[in-house]
Ligand binder design. Structure first.
Ligand code: GLN
Length: 494
């Protein structure tokens, strides 16, 4: 089996046994990128020189018998929303096209401390706003399972990079589904940790009360390994929670005795594709065979989740994105010949030229929801509904260990299919958004393929800080199925 098809845990073994060096491994992935990325377009930037230098350092450390981090010598791709010192960090926006942060994000610091090899930055929807990666100002990433389809979004580049075996693991962010939905559509594992579990320091903000960083991997063992590296308290992020990080990889092989799976009736109503529905039902049966009990639960306010999210997230975005005014850093509009740009015109021209259509739409929606006379009716009301959504989960979790259902209502759609219909696009996250509003943890694992060979994702949601349990439950499914071992034809070759 070609080395690039392997999981990070398998690669770790090979590196430890001395069967391959990190330089060789990194070269293999760089080779894969140069062959396949022109079609997939997952990467915004490939740092071949930096990656090989780091790989050499790790190899030398290993040779000298020095202690090594958990990801020693493993290539990792990072979503272009996370600051990497001195490297372009664009958020796939013209606004930040030439921005080079003077510091590393906490996530990148942690990856470096674990001796990982950062191989490049991945494409995304501009400022993480979108579900298809078509909102990138620079290019559209393709789904490795079908190049005519979208990979999901907003972390579509990171998901496609792993699915196309251009990197064994990658990092994304999830504000309303941007890790879980692309993971589902690309046939890989993606988790959104509990709000506060991973530091947001150096993560360019979209909606600060919802944003979380998380890993994309081929299987749940790798996902646990990555989260173990990423999680932990950071005083530089005031919402980071000071709790010990369990050793997820140590317990992941232990099945959960007496597992109770909550199945919300609201997840199987109109809008759900029938092939997805039957794959999810089959996955639930697999769990029953393993001894799990299915419990009917209800999340009565989940029907308001999308509406609530598009008030809370846009309100926060309108405030977070106010900093891009052409003054401190980022894009600045240039005067046209003979024109004098005063301060206000510089602001407005900069923002009109620097932001794409979707970002502008969100800024306007958010500004409206926060404006005097409307704030009570929209923003403050949305906060109350958010509380009701959270209460639904608390109630449901009193009856079960995990809530399961589809990650996405349909498999990957065609490029351009929803670009002119923002509402249809927003509904792609109908099952993932409530998790962010409630601040709980969730993940998507592969659980099938449609008749036309497109991946389907099963979503697991657990109470805050129960990632350890979540991984154990997900691993139970992997131990009796092989969906996580599938790779797209594009990678397997003719
Ligand atoms: N698709 C959702 C949006 O456009 C979620 C994005 C995300 O999680 N970053 O807002």
């Amino acid at each position: 089996m070609s080395i690039i098809l392997k999981t990070a845990s398998e690669l770790r073994e090979l590196l430890n046994q001395g069967q391959i060096t990190s330089v060789e491994l990194t070269q293999q992935f760089l080779q894969a990128i140069s062959t396949r990325d022109p079609q997939v377009k997952a990467f915004q930037l490939v740092d071949a020189t930096g990656a090989l230098e780091q790989a050499e350092k790790v190899d030398a450390k290993r040779k000298a018998g020095q202690p090594l981090g958990a990801l020693a010598g493993i290539p990792v791709a990072v979503k272009d929303v996370l600051c990497v010192k001195g490297q372009p960090t664009t958020c796939s926006s013209k606004m930040l096209e030439n921005f080079r942060p003077p510091y590393d994000s906490a996530t990148v610091e942690k990856l470096r401390a674990a001796d990982a090899v950062i191989i490049g930055k991945t494409n995304m929807d501009e400022f993480a706003m979108g579900s298809s990666t078509e909102n990138s100002a620079f290019m559209t990433t393709r789904n490795p399972w079908d190049l005519e389809r979208i990979p999901g979004g907003s972390s579509g580049g990171s998901a496609a990079a792993v699915a196309a075996c251009l990197a064994p693991v990658s990092i994304g962010t999830d504000t309303g589904g941007s890790i879980r939905q692309p993971a589902a559509l690309c046939g890989i594992v993606g988790s959104k940790p509990t709000y506060g579990r991973v530091s947001r320091y150096g993560l360019i903000a979209f909606a600060s009360s919802l944003d979380q960083v998380g890993p994309f991997t081929h299987d749940t063992l790798d996902n646990a390994l990555l989260l173990e590296v990423l999680a932990g308290f950071d005083p530089r992020d005031s919402t980071s929670v000071n709790r010990p990080v369990p050793s997820y990889t140590q317990t992941i092989q232990q099945p959960l005795e007496g597992l109770r799976i909550g199945v919300p009736k609201e997840y199987f109503e109109e809008g759900l594709d029938s092939e997805i529905q039957s794959a999810i039902k089959q996955a639930l049966q697999e769990y029953q065979k393993l001894g799990a009990k299915l419990v009917d639960v209800s999340l009565p306010h989940s029907k308001y989740a999308v509406a609530t999210y598009y008030i809370v997230a846009t309100a926060e975005a309108s405030s977070n994105l106010a900093r891009y005014d052409g003054m401190h850093y980022g894009y600045r509009a240039k005067p046209q010949s003979g024109e004098k740009l005063d301060l206000i015109r510089t602001y407005s021209r900069t923002r009109a030229e620097g932001f794409g259509k979707e970002v502008q739409r969100r800024i306007m929606l958010g500004t409206f929801a926060l404006s005097a006379g409307y704030v009570d009716a929209y923003y403050l009301k949305a906060l109350k509904v958010r509380r009701l959504i959270k209460n639904d989960f608390d109630q449901a979790f009193s009856q079960c260990d995990v809530i399961m259902g589809p990650t996405s209502p349909s498999a990957a759609f065609k490029l351009g299919e929803k670009s002119n219909d923002p509402l249809a696009m927003y509904l792609s996250d109908i099952y993932t958004i409530a998790c962010n509003l409630a601040g709980i943890a969730g993940m998507s694992i592969p659980c099938g393929l449609t008749r036309t060979g497109l991946p389907i994702g099963l979503q697991l949601q657990v109470p805050p800080f129960e990632e350890e349990k979540m991984f154990r439950i997900a691993r139970m499914y992997e131990s009796v199925t092989d969906w996580h071992t599938r790779r797209p034809q594009l990678v397997l070759g003719k």
